[in-house]
Design a protein around this ligand. Structure first.
Ligand code: SAM
Length: 233
């Protein structure tokens, strides 16, 4: 933690779980697992050089660094995450870059003023918010009118392979259908321009147990991540 930084509640089970994941090398495994699908979602952001961009639930900051590459030499990119150990990894791995910063904070209390960001990105993170409506309202607050949020999720009702995750991981998650996400974003002041699915063409490791391999093959080739392109009104 840095002096003066607002601390997330690390007694919160979700922040504690992801702190442990950061220490176990899971942030880099998530990066490898998410990259093929998340980069398709990230492409949907209409980024112009010089803009200020936000990555919500940034983990080790790999997507923040992709945003940074697109924002050019005059852009500024920020990653936010509730898990201090994730933020520590993000800072280490971005140490050679200028104009990129990482903050420990939760989605429902973002430490920036109104209308601060041109666009925001989030992959596999917003559904962990204890109060999703409050989190989406807060994201809307920090986005400029007309700014775009691209949110990608693997945890949604039309994906049967994810339904046991809350019990398996032992942390609360909000399960919504695709239409549920559209409605939740609309209630927070966004208009969803489009939704699409991000597939992953990579083959699954044949050494995986058969049931797990078949489920993952179906997820990668037919179901995919749900991406929502939402414009702040
Ligand atoms: C599944 S990981 C995804 C990380 C990264 N976006 C990726 O795709 O690899 C979810 C991240 O969201 C963070 N997170 C969960 N709940 C949060 C909250 N309420 N506020 C901020 N970050 C949160 C976790 O600490 C974790 O790093």
């Amino acid at each position: 933690m840095r002096v003066g930084e607002r601390m997330s509640d690390v007694t919160d089970p979700t922040a504690r779980l992801f702190d442990q994941w950061a220490r176990d090398g899971q942030a880099e495994r998530m990066q490898a697992g998410h990259l093929a699908r998340a980069s398709q979602a990230l492409e949907a952001l209409p980024i112009a050089p010089g803009q200020r961009l936000l990555d919500l639930g940034c983990g080790n900051g790999w997507a923040t660094r992709m945003l940074h590459a697109r924002a050019g030499a005059t852009g500024w990119c920020y990653g936010v995450d509730a898990a201090p150990d994730m933020i520590a990894r993000a800072r280490e791995q971005s140490a050679l870059l200028d104009r990129i910063e990482f903050q420990v904070a939760t989605f429902d209390a973002l430490p920036w003023p109104d209308d601060h960001f041109a666009h925001a990105f989030s992959f596999e993170a917003l559904y962990y918010a204890p109060d999703l409506a409050a989190a989406l309202a807060e994201v809307h607050r920090v986005l400029q009118p007309g700014g775009t949020l691209v949110a990608g999720t693997d945890f949604y009702a039309e994906n049967p392979t994810c339904l046991g995750w809350p019990e398996r991981m032992g942390v609360p998650m909000t399960l919504l259908s695709e239409q549920g996400w559209v409605d939740a974003l609309a209630a927070a002041g966004f208009e969803v321009e489009r939704t699409f699915r991000c597939l992953d063409p990579r083959p699954v490791d044949p050494a995986w147990p058969e049931a797990k391999r078949l489920a993952e093959e179906r997820f990668r080739s037919e179901i995919g991540s749900l991406a929502l392109v939402a414009v702040a009104g």
